[in-house]
Ligand binder design. Structure first.
Ligand code: MSP
Length: 530
């Protein structure tokens, strides 16, 4: 199995987790989705054909309970909430190609074909199960894992003692192959700290996985094809979404084979998008993605996803964000105040991929000011000087001014993006913006403009600034698509060029438009609590 290719791949299949349809989108969901969106845009910009998947996780006890609480049917709740996520993603400029809902008929059929296949291959058995169950996390915990006062160790909610018949997947049989896979593919889980965490977890014997829930306790799920009294465990149902949306399995078309085709020469399953190139996840759902999912895939004999990214958590100040504490940060409120791109910028620039980060209004403002002062300021200075000194037309000039800095920034940007260090990639773009502002200071175009004998020097300064701004629009496009399109258009381009084109293009002769500030000043008090 290949790990992440370092060159630009032709086809890229990226996924976000599917979000529970029981709660509103918050900045945690927005972050994972922005990260996936930035990578999707980056690969599209480089010419790859991209499939970017997101969606909603709509079965299970959590959904059933939330629907009961609201006095509506689970399906009505899911319809409403899927709509909320779709609206949020539209407002936040998410460019997904597919939004999957696990209540879709096609997905249900794939889940049934998948578990039937596991059963046919002898990896499923029935047994009595007794254990500590957390409704909130929708999973069992061992006695040892429990927190103080019999609470689940993740959310700290009470757990219940439950005894029931369950169907089990022989996950234990795949412990060794999984360890081998992780060892042989050092990049498979990113970052390394999370890879070590999974390897640490795998040092203990891996238990079998309960993959069913009795319908007497939970109705809202996909019935098992071989036992109508049980529904599929929501995590198994949910993980399979990645396969459903890849188009690899066609249960209705080939009832005999269930459509589990072989891999073609590109390494994909039967011309579909499977295996995924990257699953983006948060650290709380690492075990399900890096242990349950790959062993389930081994069980049915399908290729594993090529890479898993596990990012950290957004906390508020130094407190965990939670509904019960009432400190959940609403991305839509921030968007209303600062705009979509500023929110995208803040979340993507602030969190080092893999580490935790703390949301504070002060940090939001600091990151916003960075944008306004460096990129916004550079654009307005350059555009207004081109207007003032050259009648609004970009002059011809040699590519000398900032070409070395630009080449270095573009190379570092690519490297960081391919290594999934999106925040660092954006940092390289910002450094180029800083260098360009420094260039304005040293060249002093206002002095060059006063002396007709220095006209060629002034042309060179202005042409260099126009070039670097176009490159910046391409570098920052994955993070801030709307503002960067605007910037490219003000420079007289039709759209943001690809990075390869951008470096070296001079839009000489193009008419520029200064326009209003790209990132207008935000008053400190406009962001709550600042
Ligand atoms: N439905 C499951 C995923 C199934 S995927 C087959 C689920 N949903 S979720 O709605 O709870 O959220 C999923 C994603 O949001 C995870 O990647 C999780 O890490 C992320 N976040 C939720 N809270 C978060 C923060 N406070 N900070 C960053 N991301 C966090 O889990």
């Amino acid at each position: 199995m290949t790990s992440s290719p370092r060159s630009t791949p032709d086809r890229v299949y990226l996924t976000t987790p599917i979000y529970y349809a029981s709660g509103e989108p918050h900045i945690g969901h927005a972050y994972t989705t922005f990260l996936a969106d930035a990578l999707a845009r980056y690969h599209r910009q480089a010419g790859a054909e991209v499939r970017f998947l997101t969606g909603t996780d709509e079965h299970g006890q959590k959904i059933q309970e939330e629907a009961n609480r609201r006095g509506i049917t689970p399906q009505d709740l899911c319809d409403q909430m899927a709509g909320r996520f779709l609206d949020a993603w539209a407002e936040l400029d998410i460019s997904h190609d597919r939004f999957i809902r696990t209540t879709e008929a096609g997905h249900k059929a794939v889940v049934r074909a998948f578990v039937q296949r596991l059963h046919d291959r002898g990896h499923i058995y029935a047994a009595e199960y007794e254990g500590w169950y957390s409704v909130h996390e929708e999973r069992f915990f061992t006695e040892k894992e429990l927190g103080p006062g019999n609470t689940d160790p993740i959310a700290g909610r009470p757990v219940e003692r439950i005894r029931e018949k369950n169907w089990f997947f022989r996950m234990s049989a795949f412990q060794e192959p999984l360890i081998r896979h992780i060892r042989e593919n050092p990049d498979w889980i990113f970052p390394e700290s999370r890879r070590n965490e999974v390897l640490g977890f795998l040092q203990k014997p891996l238990e079998d996985l309960s993959i069913s829930r009795p319908r007497t306790r939970l109705e809202w799920g996909i019935p098992l094809p071989f036992d109508d009294d049980h529904v599929t465990y929501v995590w198994v149902d949910a993980l399979i979404n990645y396969l459903t949306a890849s188009g690899a399995i066609h249960p209705e078309a080939e009832p005999g084979s269930q459509g589990f085709d072989g891999v073609d020469e590109s390494g994909r399953l039967g011309g579909s998008w499977w295996p995924a190139d990257l699953h983006l996840t948060g650290k709380d759902i690492l075990t399900t993605h890096a242990v349950y999912w790959p062993t389930l895939l081994m069980g049915v004999g399908l290729p594993l996803p090529r890479r898993i990214l596990s990012h950290g958590w957004w906390v508020v100040g130094d407190t965990k964000m939670s509904k019960s504490l009432g400190n959940v940060v609403d991305p839509m409120a921030l968007k209303e105040k600062a705009g979509t791109d500023a929110l995208r910028w803040y979340l993507l620039r602030e969190m080092p991929t893999g580490s935790d980060a703390s949301y504070t209004p002060e940090r939001f403002m600091t990151r916003y000011d960075e944008l306004a002062n460096i990129i916004g300021n550079l654009a307005s200075r350059a555009l207004s000087m081109i207007e003032r000194y050259r009648g609004g037309v970009i002059p011809e000039g040699p590519d000398t001014g900032l070409s070395a800095e630009t080449a270095a920034a573009v190379a570092s940007f690519h490297e960081a993006m391919r290594e999934l260090r999106v925040n660092e990639a954006l940092g390289h773009a910002m450094d180029l913006g800083r260098a360009a502002n420094g260039y304005v200071e040293t060249r002093e175009p206002w002095a060059q403009a006063k002396d007709p004998a220095r006209a060629a020097e002034l042309d060179e300064t202005l042409a260099s600034l126009a070039r670097v701004l176009l490159v910046l629009s391409a570098l920052l496009l994955p993070a801030m698509p709307a503002r960067m399109r605007e910037l490219a258009q003000r420079l007289g381009a039709e759209d943001v060029p690809t990075l390869e084109e951008a470096h070296g293009i001079l839009l000489a002769g193009s008419g520029v438009e200064k326009g209003l500030p790209l990132f207008p000043r935000l008053e400190w008090g406009e962001i709550d609590g600042a």
